[in-house]
Design a protein around this ligand. Structure first.
Ligand code: ATP
Length: 263
């Protein structure tokens, strides 16, 4: 990936700023640091390799050199919970990222699904992960860093052993290598389109329509607690997951959750 071609192909998107790295620890860390220096809304950090890429709870997200898309977008909602409860709900930003990824992958002829809360699947295998981190000033959401790792080319997947969920990449599912910059532009442009609609309910509806395991029996783990089991019904307006357990609806709050199809 070259910075000049990146700048050229993202020119129409009016980004707040762009920082490209051949190699970096974590794009989310760089984004959080840039935000404290006053980065503008919709500033983008992108790297061709991450050496300490993160998933949730400090788990590792693998981004080998030259094979994946690893980027973080800095969003500055500048809203207080009182003025707009939904757009200051960081969970919805995970939905925003997920829906944008789904749109872009569909545009490339694929059939992506969202493994609630933060992963994208192709053929029931993980092709991308989303990591949203937020910074609050008092009760105002100051910064949202929306990080994404997309397994674009063959070679982007971590070794199978040690993976808790099977992985794939776009090239493997498409049968040919995608243009990474094109994929990036499609994700960002969808994200820009969806962002103003975050609190309209339309986003949650589309997020829900693209959930994986809909109507299927799943198990949901939270820490060491006994897993919840139920059939995936949909989402609440705040992005919580709705399961049907026997005849009872159970709502799973957004958080440190692991979802698996029941075996
Ligand atoms: P799970 O999929 O088990 O519910 P999770 O959604 O919590 O986990 P994240 O924290 O989002 O997972 O991502 C980190 C995990 O993803 C790692 O523990 C590793 O198993 C897996 N992983 C790391 N890099 C990749 C990659 N490039 N492609 C697919 N999976 C990966």
């Amino acid at each position: 990936m070259k910075q000049t071609s990146l700048q050229k192909s993202l020119a129409s998107l009016s980004l707040g700023g762009l920082r490209y790295f051949d190699s970096i620890g974590s794009t989310n860390d760089e984004a959080l640091a840039w935000a404290t220096e006053g980065a503008r809304d919709f500033s983008l950090i992108i790297a061709d390799e991450q050496t300490t890429g993160r998933g949730r709870a400090g788990r590792k997200w693998v981004t080998p050199q030259g094979t994946a898309l690893a980027f973080s977008l800095i969003l500055r909602p500048n809203l207080t919970p009182a003025s707009s409860p939904e757009s200051s709900n960081p969970s919805l930003f995970t939905g925003l990222g997920a829906v944008a990824l789904v749109d872009a992958l569909k545009k490339h002829g694929l059939k992506p699904q969202i493994k609630w809360p933060n992963d994208i699947l192709l053929n029931r295998k993980k092709v991308a992960g989303i990591l949203v981190e937020s910074v609050w000033t008092g009760d105002a959401l100051d910064t949202v860093v929306l990080g994404m790792g997309v397994n674009a080319l063959a070679g982007s997947n971590p070794p199978d052993d040690g993976l808790l969920f099977p992985a794939t990449n776009v090239e493997n599912e498409l049968g040919r290598p995608p243009q990474r910059v094109e994929l990036l532009r499609d994700i960002l442009s969808s994200l820009m389109g969806w962002r103003p609609k975050m609190s309209t309910g339309e986003l949650t509806k589309t997020w829900e329509e693209n959930l994986s395991f809909r109507g299927e029996q799943v198990e949901v783990w939270k820490g060491d607690e006994k897993p919840l089991a139920g059939r995936v019904m949909g989402l609440e307006s705040d992005g919580s997951l709705r399961l049907l357990d026997n005849d009872k609806i159970v709502t799973v709050q957004f958080g440190e959750i692991h979802l698996r199809p029941a075996v």
